[in-house]
Design a protein around this ligand. Structure first.
Ligand code: PTJ
Length: 248
């Protein structure tokens, strides 16, 4: 990594670090062709949010964790960007929650699947984590989706009651909701179809969310499912915050 990015006191350190992770993942063949475009869109929204976790996002994070902790079959779905940006942190989260992760990519090729699986298995071994990594041998399909992006595993995504799907595409989020699942998403764009459709929408940056979740679990803070939680209001609070960016 360049010297600026290696210096944690640099004001753009986090942003440079994320970009570096994507560059490394690109070299390993893990990413979709449009991965950097998707990341750039995320960065633009993060800039307007102030590169911080909003109180509404923290509330959504607690609600999502409560769903995951109480689920019968929770699963964390992973795509190329998520593995590149937060593969290690997500495996720690799955280890804490004792739930499997499943690689479920939109632009599916055997080469990308292989690169993503071997990257995760390497981290799992290095860190001594006990996590099932699914997705290598899909044996089910998400109803209502065409082509390779519908592929999933029966023991993972297909039978999950609660799914954490960071950076999900709108069609797939809709199809998962239609299957009756509780769908928890992380998306910096509060206007995306995914953000509008999910059961719980965390409008925050992926690595901040996963670090927050791991911190909450490590602190053994109680996570309670709130019956009063209103996802539309949570997303609206993020939009309201963004509108203050333009008013300033
Ligand atoms: O690995 P694949 O084949 O499954 O493809 C993954 C991408 C992300 C390329 C694919 O799913 C895609 O094209 O996604 P979209 O439709 O561009 O949506 C990505 C969403 O994630 C956008 O709304 C971005 O604002 C948001 N986003 C990007 N980076 C982050 C983010 N949200 C939270 N944290 C981020 N770091």
């Amino acid at each position: 990594m360049g010297e600026i990015a290696a210096d944690p006191t640099h004001p753009r350190y986090q942003s440079l670090l994320m970009r570096h992770r994507l560059e490394e993942a690109e070299k390993k063949g893990m990413l979709a062709g449009s991965a950097l475009i998707a990341h750039g869109r995320g960065e633009a929204f993060d800039y307007m949010i102030g590169e911080q976790t909003l109180p509404s996002a923290l509330q959504a994070t607690h609600q999502a964790l409560a769903y995951l902790s109480q689920a019968k079959n929770p699963v964390i779905s992973l795509n190329g960007n998520v593995v590149a940006l937060a593969g290690r942190e997500i495996l720690h989260l799955a280890h804490h929650l004792q739930c499997p992760v499943e690689i479920n990519i939109f632009y599916r090729t055997p080469e990308r699947m292989e690169a993503l699986l071997s990257h995760l298995h390497e981290i799992k071994q290095q860190e001594g984590l006990d996590v099932d990594i699914l997705g290598a041998e899909p044996n089910a399909r998400i109803p209502g989706l065409e082509g390779p992006r519908a592929k999933c595993t029966k023991e993972g995504i297909f039978e999950a009651d609660v799914l954490l799907v960071p950076l999900e595409d709108g069609d797939r989020c809709e199809a998962l909701v239609a299957m009756g699942k509780t769908v928890l998403v992380i998306d910096l764009n509060p206007l995306s179809r995914t953000a509008q459709m999910a059961s719980v929408t965390i409008v925050d940056e992926l690595t901040r969310v996963v670090n927050n979740m791991n911190r909450i679990l490590e602190s053994e803070e109680q996570t309670m499912l709130l019956s009063t939680y209103d996802n539309q209001a949570t997303v609206q609070q993020a939009l309201d915050h963004i509108s203050t960016f333009f008013a300033s």
